[in-house]
Design a protein around this ligand. Structure first.
Ligand code: SAH
Ligand code: SF4
Length: 379
């Protein structure tokens, strides 16, 4: 729970209970914790100096005890006005990515686009999927809860640096997807702590039903997640409809093969009474055969799951190729003929999202050139 450079715990990783307990040790009244969290999430204070209804000694103690700026914005990159991707520097100089996706909603007009934030949960990833930039450089470390939460504070700042209420700014987003760098369920406790802060009324007050966790298929953790009281949505990165095809590109399939993963996914969807999503990257001659489509249709029908087809996004240094559009359509047609609800991600802006991890990889090569930009408080 500590910042790796200052050694201090991160204030954005504290819950109402944990902060109340810390303050009680100092003999502070119970309502102080709520006041502090209100400053952080409702008034977007950048540090204790702005918390003007707290005594000076309490503000000094907060500054001494906690880290308030666990991430700094390094670089913002936009793709065709649809996607904004930014690179954040952590206390130990490591880099992560956070993405904002603005997808126009069909039939609603340009002014009401669907806004989604994509957040990271680890630096790098240990699972080594053969098509993924995040897995290329291996796993470096887990993110702390406060580093996960602070990505959303950065997003609110990016969207509108002047709106005082971070929770209101975040409310303008339709969804949060945990699909950035890392395997979220391999950092289970920090993830759940962060999501409970995002979800809490005293925190960012963002509904659990609008939060989707994407996993490469850690079956035991999927079962554990099914028992959590907060009803998050689940997406499974399937990418292969048989063990044979799946384990060629996803080493995790050897540990948790389909006969273990699919029942866990089914248990999740039955407990929550809600459709899960199967993500399926289409890679030419690897998993895009019509046989794979037929097998995928069986799985999706059995799980009553939605299928999201993602044409492979090129990663520098990897040999894979995206199938042609007619081939993608033929694959989708097989699913639809069999009654499966399936979409193909074609929007330009999604390219940059689908290959989370790439911006970090490129920037690490050129590091040292860009200076960090701290998050400022209100003007
Ligand atoms: N580790 C989790 C979440 C992060 S990956 C998971 O694997 O689900 C988020 C999504 O991006 C996954 O569906 C992943 O398979 C996909 N992805 C990774 N590399 C990609 C690429 N080159 N093209 C398209 N999608 C990719
Ligand atoms: Fe890790 Fe997900 Fe990338 Fe696989 S797809 S290497 S699990 S981030």
């Amino acid at each position: 729970m500590k910042d790796s450079t200052t050694g201090k715990p991160l204030i954005h990783g504290e819950t109402l209970d944990s902060l109340t307990a810390r303050l009680a040790e100092r003999g502070e009244k119970g309502f102080r914790a709520k006041q502090i969290l209100e400053w952080l999430y409702k008034k977007r204070a950048a540090g204790p100096d702005e918390m003007t209804n707290l005594s000076k000694p309490l503000r000094a103690w907060l500054a001494e005890t906690f880290e308030f700026q666990p991430t700094a914005r390094l670089l913002t990159k936009n793709s065709s006005d649809v996607t904004g991707k930014f690179l954040l520097k952590l206390g130990d100089e490591r880099l992560i990515e956070t993405v904002i996706i603005r997808a126009p909603q069909e039939g609603v007009g340009q002014d009401r686009s669907r806004k989604t934030v994509c957040i990271s949960t680890q630096v790098g990833c240990a699972y080594g999927c053969k098509f993924c930039a995040s897995g290329l450089a291996g796993w470096k470390r887990d993110l702390q809860a406060g580093e996960i939460v602070h990505q959303l504070i950065q997003v609110c700042h990016q969207e509108d640096p002047t709106t005082p209420r971070a929770s209101e700014e975040l409310a303008s987003f339709d969804n949060i997807v945990v699909m950035g760098m890392g395997e979220p369920l391999a950092n289970y406790d920090n993830l759940l702590r962060a999501l409970s802060i995002l979800n809490a009324e005293w925190g960012l007050n963002f509904g659990a039903r609008r939060i989707t966790i994407s996993t490469s298929g850690l079956a035991p953790q999927v079962e554990r997640l099914a028992d959590e009281p907060m009803g998050f949505r689940l997406a499974i990165s399937l990418h292969g409809a048989t063990n044979e095809v799946r384990q060629q590109i996803m080493p995790v399939n050897r540990k948790y093969p389909l006969e273990q993963l699919l029942p866990a996914a089914k248990a999740f969807s039955q407990k929550h009474g809600r459709m899960i999503t199967l993500e399926f990257i289409l890679i030419e001659d690897i998993n895009d055969s019509l046989d794979q489509a037929r097998e995928l249709a069986k799985i999706a029908n059995d799980l009553h799951a939605h299928v999201n087809l993602i044409p492979y996004n090129t990663v520098e240094g990897l040999p894979w190729v995206r199938p042609s559009i007619p081939r993608q359509d033929a694959f989708a047609a097989i699913l639809r003929e069999r009654g499966v609800s399936a979409t193909i991600r074609r929007e330009k802006g999604h390219d940059i999202n689908a290959a989370c991890g790439q911006l970090r990889l490129q920037t690490e090569k050129a590091q040292g050139i860009i200076e960090p930009e701290p998050v400022k408080g209100r003007a």
